[in-house]
Structures are given as C-alpha cells and as structure tokens.
Design a binder for this molecule. Structure first.
Ligand code: GLC
Length: 691
C-alpha cells in the first residue's frame, strides 16, 4: 500500500511539475478537463471510451489497460475474483488502477458492475429485494437507504460504478426482466428511481461511500412486444413519452451520472443506433451531460459490419462502448473512423469530456486506490436489518381468511416446499452469478430459519417432499420460480406453462390440503403468475417476490404479526397467461384483473374493547366485506351475536373452523357494536369498535 501511495504522490508531483492543471483538485472541473483533453492523443481518447471485461483484461496480465489506455473495466454478472471476498476485489481493483496510473497521463479507470439489489456479485454482501418488491413498499426513503448501503458495500471492494437503477416500466410480465423494474406505473418508477440514484450518488460523488449510478435501459426496454427481451417496442412517440420516458427526465434532473442504452428497438430502430433518441431526446431535450454507455456488445448487434456499427452508435451519441472481449477491435475501428473523418474529433472530445468529468467528480485523480477500511461493513447486521425491513414492506397479502397472523405460542407449524430452505430461491437472478441459482449460494436466512427463529425448533417441522407431510396445526408452504435473468426468463411462447406454478409446487399444496392443514402460501417470483387454483386452497396467500438474503426474518415478521402487511401491488395481477398484458396504462378490452394495481390487504386494525383470555378478536378490513376472527378452541360451538347499539344484528355469515370462528359482518360502518358469546350457559358481552 505504501508503495502505491508513493507512486501516486510522485506521479502527481511529476505531472504538476510540468504545469499540468488537470491533477490539481483546486482547479474547476472544466479547466481540468480542457487541460487534459488538450494533451491527449487520439489513442488515449479512444481508450477512455472503451470498457473491457475483467476476465479479458486479466487474460492480458492487465497490460491491456496500459497498452490501450483503457478508461473502464466492468464485471459482468458472476465475473468475480477468487476467492470472492472484499479483500480480493480491492486487490484486483488496485492492480488494475496501478496499470492505468502508469500511463503517460495517469488517467484512472472507473470500474462498473451490476450491483442491482445489493453488491450482488459479492459473496456475503447483503441482498435486497429485487425492484418489483421494492416497488410494492411505496417507500422511496427505504429504497434510498437500500441504495446507500449498496453504494457503501460496492466502495468497500474498491468499485465505483453500478449499472443500476433499472428504470424500466415493464408492461408485459412475460419479460424475463420484469422483476428488475419497480413496477408498471411510470409514476411509481419515477419516485423510486430518484430515491435510488440519490442513495447511490449522495451529494458528493468523491466521498468513500458513494458511487456513480446508471439509469437503464434507454429507452422502452419494458415495452417490447410480448415482453420479448431485446425485442421491439412498437409505440407512437407520445406513448413512449407517457409510459417509458418520465423516469429518465427525473433521473437526469436528479443528476444520474450515466445512462445505459437498451438492446431493444423502438419502432424497429435499434436504440443503440437511434440518434434522435440519444442525441435528441436524452442529450439535447433532457440535457443529459453524463456518460452514455452501450450495453454488453450492444453495438455489435447493429446492422452492417462492426466498423459501420461503431460509426452509427458513436455518432448516435454513445460515449463509452461496453466491449467485454473485443475492445481492441473496437479501438482499431474507431481510430480508423476518426482518421477517415467518419467520426468527428468533436464527437470524440465530447465523449471523453463526459467520461473525465465523472472521474473527476468521483475524486479518482486524488484517490484512485481502494483500501480495506470498509470491508467489515459488507453484509453487516445493520445492513441486514434494513434489508429485513425492506422485505417486510415489500410483501403483498393477497388473501387471508383469518389464519394470519399465526400465533407465536400456540400450534405446531409445518414449513413445506424446497424453496422454504433455499437462499438462492429468495434472491433470484443477478445474485453471485448472472442467472442466480438455487441452494446456499451466499449468506442469509431462509424462510424455514426465519420461522424457526421466531417460534423455536420444538414447534416447527419441515418437509420438501409432498409424499411426507407431517401433521401440524398450520402450514407455511413456499412455492415459486427458479432463478433466471434477462432473456432466460422470457416466457412468451411457452403456451402458459411458464405462467403457472410447477407440478412440484402444485403437488405440495395439494398434499398439505389433503392433510387438512390450514395453510399460508408464500410465492417467490419475479412477476405475477396464474395462482387462481392455489388461491382457492390457501387460507392466506402472500406475494413475496424475490426478497433477497433476509427473506426469512422479513417474512416471519409478517406471518406472526410483528409487522402488519402494507405492501401494495406494483403490477396489475393477471388472471391467466391469456390476459397478459393487462395494465393501468392500456385499454384492457374488458379483461378483469385477478387483483388490481395497488391491491394489498392488511391484518386487522386493533379492535377496541377488552379481549377475554384466549379470545382474540380482530376486524379484518377487506374489499369484499369486513369480518372478525375469534381464535379460541374453547368456544367453537358457541352461539355468537353481534348487534349495533340499537340491537340490530349485523352478522351475515359465521364459519366455525377447528381453531377459530370467522364472522362475516359485511361493511361495518364505523361505530360501536356489542358482541355476545353464549357458550354452554356462560355469556360474554364485548364492546367492539369499528374505526
Ligand atoms: C447485460 C444487461 C445489462 C447489464 C450489462 C452488464 O446484458 O443488459 O443490464 O448492466 O449486461 O452486465
């Protein structure tokens, strides 16, 4: 470390001794940029516009950084050092930086990564709920805190750029990236993206706990036909402006440091080739002055040969090219294009100025190296507590016949379903590896562990096998999707098979139902699915989305009533595959949603009045009708009446179940009511209040 410092100090002295202005942090940014660009060769400029992948650069012994004056390195999903520890990341980052600083002008690199729900490539980092769940919190302040923590854990490893937030406005749940968006409403995405950007970037990018954010993917990535990833968004401009552009206006106003271009097309024109979109709408109309980054070899997808594609993309407004393994070819072709006058030096200088400005704002010229000062913050209990809160607030209660909240002291609990004991299932894609994976892929607390921690081992039994269903008083059955990312998660063309639960999950629910055990179903998924059959069998049903490493404790908080569910759907919930797309933003041609955008039940508000021992009254506000639950084994055959103060009965239906009585009372007006329980000669009168 000392050697690095000495190298840095002497380099800075050397540069300043030649009257260089750009190393001088006292100078204003524009002066520094102008001074530096005036000294750069074309090779040094084009090098700054080039982003290479970690593995490829390492294969060159890192010498490509020096030899090609590379401006940036990225780690694609799962591209990690070995061992995958914060210390290893700091080491590879510093080794790369040392190569960059050994170039003539000592321009530091900027290192980008998909930290999209925590520092999700890093083993042991806290993993937050994916955005579809964060959207259900309707809590921008919480999203801001999650982003702040992510920024801190990313900086702990030396890195300084996240390709996040994804501000797609997904309109078709067949899309494999639905879960990366905050929801189907541009207003919701708008509020959440500003919160995330502020969390990542803070007020001062040069501090040691802030990173450059990247709003992606510009534009209309969530609006492709049939939700086909990298497909074609066919929309008139005014619809694009109403649905997909608003978050970008806000992101630019919020000072987002970079924008990534979408692989997809808008009205058959690839976004990477669309100057009207990038130069016109993003840079001119919105006034974006940060870095426009291509997506992973997105330029290579354009018409014509690679050289023609480069010309189109750079002239369309792309400033930095993500060329993971063909960066040398990119550099050669762009050099030729400039020398042939096909790409102007003004365009090159504009792109380089944007890149240098980000590096100056990040303080990379003054502090290019990372240290180990923050490594202990990675995955720390404080961060995990915030993630647990995010889980609690992201859960959406879709059904509850009164079984929830479960008692922490009465009754044995069967936890069923393999995913109940699986961290990877809770995290979904973009976790440790690009596609994510099942199993103990990183540190966290499973749903089984969360429930066991809440009530104790003696009351919990687990099965992952529908042929082995032990008896219990209640069951928590965990079902859902296996992890996926990007196009791997597309389900258009599956004929609906991708939109329903797996046979294994259906069998598990059926087995618990056949065992006569009242059940709470927890769905782990990156999107709404066709759950009509399962809703019938479930006594309660919670959409948990992809809750991340703290899914266990966060879900337990709600199941046992330590937190009353507040989550509201961030997507309209279709009844079936055939109903997709169905959104607040379209004429749904008479299609009915299973649950509307914004739907979400809660637990009962507290009912005034004394609660007799072992009798627990609760009024359940419900869109259909209010109901009360009396949880008591001792009065299951009692005669129950509820009247208003004038003696008029209000009970519509009474269900006597094994361990509780459910009393449906229609939509009770606010007021005071008298509950009477005649139980084998003993009478209990209770005042209850509906607020
Ligand atoms: C991927 C994704 C993009 C990601 C990039 C780098 O293909 O489209 O969201 O940031 O490559 O991993």
């Amino acid at each position: 470390m000392r050697g690095l410092f000495i190298l840095l100090f002497t380099t800075a002295l050397l540069l300043q001794s030649h009257g260089q202005l750009y190393p001088d942090s006292e100078r204003n940014v524009d002066t520094r940029i102008t001074d530096l660009i005036s000294q750069m060769t074309l090779q040094e400029k084009i090098g700054q516009m080039t982003q290479a992948e970690r593995g490829s650069v390492e294969a060159s012994g890192l010498w490509d950084i020096k030899n090609y004056f590379l401006g940036s390195v990225l780690s694609g999903g799962g591209s990690v050092p070995s061992p995958n520890t914060a210390e290893s990341w700091v080491a590879i980052y510093n080794n790369m930086q040392e190569k960059a600083l050994s170039t003539r002008l000592a321009i530091p690199i900027i290192y980008g990564i998909d930290a999209v729900h925590g520092h999700n490539n890093l083993y042991g980092a806290v993993i937050f709920p994916h955005n579809i769940g964060l959207g259900c919190t309707r809590n921008p302040g919480l999203v801001n805190t999650c982003a702040e923590i992510t920024a801190l854990e990313v900086r702990a490893t030396g890195l300084n750029w996240t390709f996040s937030p994804c501000i797609a406005v997904p309109q078709n749940e067949f899309w494999g990236r639905t879960y990366e968006g905050f929801g189907e409403s541009p207003g919701l995405v708008d509020s959440m993206c500003v919160a995330a950007i502020s969390g990542y970037q803070g007020d001062d990018l040069s501090t040691d706990n802030t990173i450059l954010a990247c709003a992606k993917h510009f534009a209309g990535d969530g609006g492709t036909m049939n939700g086909i990833d990298q497909g074609n968004t066919i929309l008139p401009e005014d619809s694009l402006r109403v649905i997909h552009l608003p978050p970008y206006f806000s992101a630019v106003d919020a000072g987002v440091g970079s924008v990534m271009i979408s692989f997809s097309s808008w009205n058959n024109v690839k976004c990477h080739a669309n100057s009207a979109l990038i130069n016109g709408m993003l840079k001119d109309e919105m006034g974006f002055e940060g870095i426009v980054l291509s997506d992973w070899k997105g330029i290579d997808q354009l018409n014509g040969d690679f050289k023609a594609a480069i010309k189109t993309a750079i002239n369309a407004g792309i400033d930095m090219a993500m060329q993971p393994d063909n960066y040398i070819q990119f550099i050669d072709f762009l050099t030729q294009l400039v020398n042939e006058g096909e790409v102007s030096t003004e365009r090159i200088d504009d792109a380089v100025a944007r890149i240098l400005e980000a590096k100056i704002q990040l303080g990379l010229f003054e502090n290019p190296y990372a240290d180990l000062a923050l490594v202990d913050t990675v995955g720390c209990p404080t961060h995990r507590a915030v993630a647990q809160k995010a889980v609690r607030e992201s859960l959406v209660l879709l059904k509850n016949d009164g079984i929830l909240p479960l008692s922490k002291v009465n009754g044995d609990i069967l936890v069923a379903g393999a995913k109940a004991n699986d961290i990877g299932a809770m995290c979904g894609g973009w976790t440790i590896s690009w596609q994510g994976g099942l199993g103990a892929i990183t540190e966290g607390t499973t749903i089984l562990e969360g429930i066991t921690n809440a009530v104790g081992n003696e009351r919990v039994v687990f099965t992952g096998n529908p042929n082995q269903v032990p008896d219990a008083d209640y069951a928590v059955v965990v079902v859902g999707e296996n992890p996926y990312a990007e196009g791997s998660g597309d389900i258009f063309g599956t004929g609906g098979s991708g939109f329903i639960l797996s046979d294994e999950d259906k069998l598990m629910i059926e087995a618990v139902k056949d065992a006569g055990i009242p059940m709470v179903v927890i769905l782990l998924s990156g999107r709404p699915l066709d759950i009509r059959d399962e809703l019938v069998d479930a006594n309660a049903f919670i959409a948990a989305w992809l809750p991340g490493t703290e899914g266990g404790p966060g879900i337990a908080d709600v199941i046992f009533g330590d937190y009353l569910p507040t989550g509201k759907l961030s997507h309209t919930w279709p009844e079936s595959f055939n109903d997709v797309p169905i959104n607040i933003f379209r004429n749904n041609a008479g299609k009915e949603a299973l649950f509307p955008y914004g739907y979400g039940l809660s637990f009962p508000t507290s009912v005034d009045g004394e609660l007799a021992n072992n009798m627990d009254l609760a009024v359940f506000p419900n869109p259909v009708n209010d109901y009360l639950v009396i949880r008591s084994e001792s009065i299951k055959d009692a005669t129950i009446t509820i009247t208003d103060l004038l003696g008029k009965p209000v009970i519509r239906k009474q269900e006597n179940l094994s361990n509780r009585i459910i009393i449906h009372v229609g939509h009770l007006r606010a007021g005071i009511y008298i509950l009477t329980v005649d139980n084998n000669g003993s009478r209990i009168n209770k005042r209850i209040v509906k607020r």
